[in-house]
Write a protein that binds this ligand. Structure first.
Ligand SMILES: Nc1ncnc2c1ncn2[C@@H]1O[C@H](COP(=O)(O)OP(=O)(O)OP(=O)(O)O)[C@@H](O)[C@H]1O
Ligand SMILES: [Mg+2]
Length: 598
């Protein structure tokens, strides 16, 4: 039967002795962590690092060696109570082994594993490149030592989204190379570490931020507060909507344990040492005799020049160092010879030095431009790819168009042949009908056709006449005398419009009305002019010719009508007796418009 791993009841003494206690009610079998790995998740400040710290204390209480990759320098406080070595890349006051050097990772790993020693590897205080450079070598060494010794270890990666991010955000080539090595060794440890006795604890804010290659290897989850929709979706594998709501409402330190039995809701128990990152002061750094000895031995070991510890060193490293030394010795030899041979003066040396400075600057610039060049090359490649795709698309379109064109050309050719074909057909038919002595077209059809031809002739004539008439109209309208007369008529009309106030209103009304309407003077009242004045105006218009007075025309009284057409007709037909009506109409319209728009 499968072993029950999460205890909701009061634990047995055996469990208290051998299991790891994360809270009042949650106990985890350490073997499960080694076999299956554990992942702490939660938003910022939700209590992950605190929980990881509790688990580390539990391991240390059980004398289980742990190795903490401490990106931010938060775990040195474990030293308040436990014999855990603090190694650091920089030189903080709390470090037992400060200024760690990437050349000696193998010695360091070999020593700690052989001695079942716990270690906090504090990577803070250095830049990202230095951290990754060191860590890549360290993880490789640790893995190699463990491959030989197979000592059960717990490896802790807090802030895993910075150490093994899902998206390699870093563009700098060297940095990327180191980061990929870190990812590779983390993956190796996650996948095959269990066999070597390495258990993995990984803490990160969100599951999607850490490379899936590693995160998918961790079966046990300790979930602190999470509420983003994506994260809620992630939790659906284990929890109901109601339970997910509960996770979204978690306070600091509240967690749910997943991946072992049923989900367990609980709250991280209090730590035995200070939670790091909060108090910079280390309380009672314990001086355990065994630790003192370990520190002494390690410090000596790490301080030795790498060639002195040849027997212990990584053979690959030795080879590299040997090569380096040989080259350096050769360089020194060469340089000594050059110097003695050339007997350079002091001034000459100065020149050489300044030349070398220039060369160094050049080389530095070159390195920068190499990076730029790489970045440019990358973007060039991507543009080239995009351009190639576009061009391929265009080429296809051109090919399609060509095909269409060929088809169209063929069709055109066929159509061009039709009239010729029809002509041939007609000739053939006439020949056949003559040969057979039959009428090709029956007589009644012939009659209808003749009639049609006659009408066609008449229509042509009519069109011809119309065209001739239009030409005649154009001739008249562009005749100099006619144009002069129109100008004079406009001058005359204009003199009436301008000479007296309200002349124009009466004139406008009159010329825009039908010739057959007869007006009495009072019909114009309302235009702001008195009846007798209007009568005077109308008499003037009549005198000029474009109004016509009719004695007893309306109600037995003298009345007036629009005489513009007749006036124009009389005057134009003096010049062109047969001027078509269209000429008169055109001129009348022109004059009317002239009056109305004034
Ligand atoms: N069980 C707990 N009891 C008391 N305090 C707690 C507990 N859990 C967390 N805290 C407090 O909550 C704060 C945040 O916790 P922690 O540093 O573990 O957050 P985190 O999830 O690691 O955040 P980050 O992602 O920023 O590293 C700390 O001040 C810590 O002391
Ligand atoms: Mg944290």
């Amino acid at each position: 039967m499968q072993e029950k791993i999460v205890k909701t009841r009061t634990p047995t003494q055996e469990e208290r002795d051998n299991y790891l206690q994360l809270s009042d009610t949650v106990f985890i079998n350490p073997k499960d962590i080694i076999d299956r790995g554990i992942n702490f998740l939660g938003i910022r400040r939700s209590g992950k690092s605190y929980g990881v710290g509790v688990l580390c204390e539990e391991f240390l209480d059980k004398k289980q060696p742990i190795l903490i990759i401490d990106w931010e320098g938060e775990y040195y406080t474990l030293r308040e109570k436990y014999p855990i070595l603090i190694g650091a890349l920089h030189d903080p006051y709390y470090a037992d082994l400060p200024n760690l050097n990437p050349e000696s990772t193998y010695q360091l790993c070999k020593f700690i594993v052989e001695n079942h020693q716990s270690l906090v590897l504090d990577l803070s205080g250095k830049n990202t490149l230095e951290r990754f450079t060191y860590l890549a070598k360290f993880l490789k060494s640790f893995y190699e030592v463990e491959t030989d010794l197979r000592t059960p270890y717990i490896l802790v990666l807090d802030e895993a989204h910075k150490i093994i991010p899902e998206k390699g955000l870093i563009r700098l080539k060297t940095l990327k190379a180191h980061q990929q090595q870190v990812e590779y060794w983390a993956y190796e440890i996650a996948v095959t570490g269990g066999k070597r006795g390495i258990g993995l604890i990984v803490a990160t804010q969100r599951p999607a931020q850490v490379t899936k290659m590693v995160i998918s290897q961790l079966d046990i989850k300790v979930v602190y507060k999470l509420f983003e929709p994506v994260d809620r979706g992630y939790l659906k594998t284990w929890l109901s909507t109601k339970q997910i709501d509960k996770v979204a409402a978690f306070k600091q330190g509240d967690f749910v344990l997943l991946g072992l039995d049923q989900p367990q809701f609980s709250h991280t128990k209090t730590r035995k040492t200070t939670h790091g990152g909060e108090t910079p002061e280390l309380k009672n750094k314990t001086r355990i005799p065994k630790m003192g000895q370990a520190i002494k031995e390690l410090s000596i070991l790490l301080a030795k020049a790498p060639e002195e510890i040849e027997e212990d060193a990584d053979p690959e490293l030795i080879n590299r160092l040997e090569d380096k030394i040989t080259t350096q010795k050769q360089t020194i030899k060469d340089q000594t010879r050059t110097i003695s041979e050339s007997k350079i003066t002091e001034a000459g040396q100065k020149t050489i030095i300044s030349e070398m400075r220039i060369r160094v600057t050049e080389l530095e610039n070159q390195q920068v431009s190499q990076e730029k060049l790489d970045a440019l090359q990358d973007s060039l490649d991507s543009y080239k790819l995009k351009a190639d795709n576009k061009i391929a698309g265009y080429k296809q379109t051109i090919r399609d168009l060509k095909d269409d064109l060929t088809t169209a050309y063929d069709e055109l050719h066929t159509i061009e042949k039709y009239p010729e074909l029809l002509q041939n057909l007609k000739e053939d038919m006439v020949e056949i009908s003559n040969a057979l002595g039959i009428d090709l077209f029956p007589s009644d059809i012939q009659e209808v056709m003749n009639e049609r031809d006659e009408y066609k002739k008449q229509l042509d004539e009519a069109n011809n006449n119309q065209r001739q008439e239009q030409e005649y109209i154009d001739t008249i309208l562009s005749d100099a005398y006619v144009m002069d007369w129109i100008k004079g008529a406009k001058r005359k009309l204009n003199s009436f419009i301008n000479s007296r106030t309200n002349h124009n209103l009466v004139l406008k009304k009159l010329v825009s009305s039908d010739d057959s309407i007869r007006y009495l003077p009072e019909d114009f009242v309302g235009l702001g002019v008195g009846t007798s004045t209007i009568k005077k105006y109308l008499e003037d218009f009549d005198g000029a010719g474009f109004a016509k007075k009719i004695e007893r025309g309306k109600n037995g009284r003298a009345s007036y009508s629009n005489n513009l057409s007749l006036w124009v007709s009389n005057n134009i037909r003096v010049m062109y007796l047969d001027a078509p009506n269209a000429v008169i109409e055109t001129i009348v319209t022109d004059l009317k418009e002239f009056v109305i728009t004034k």
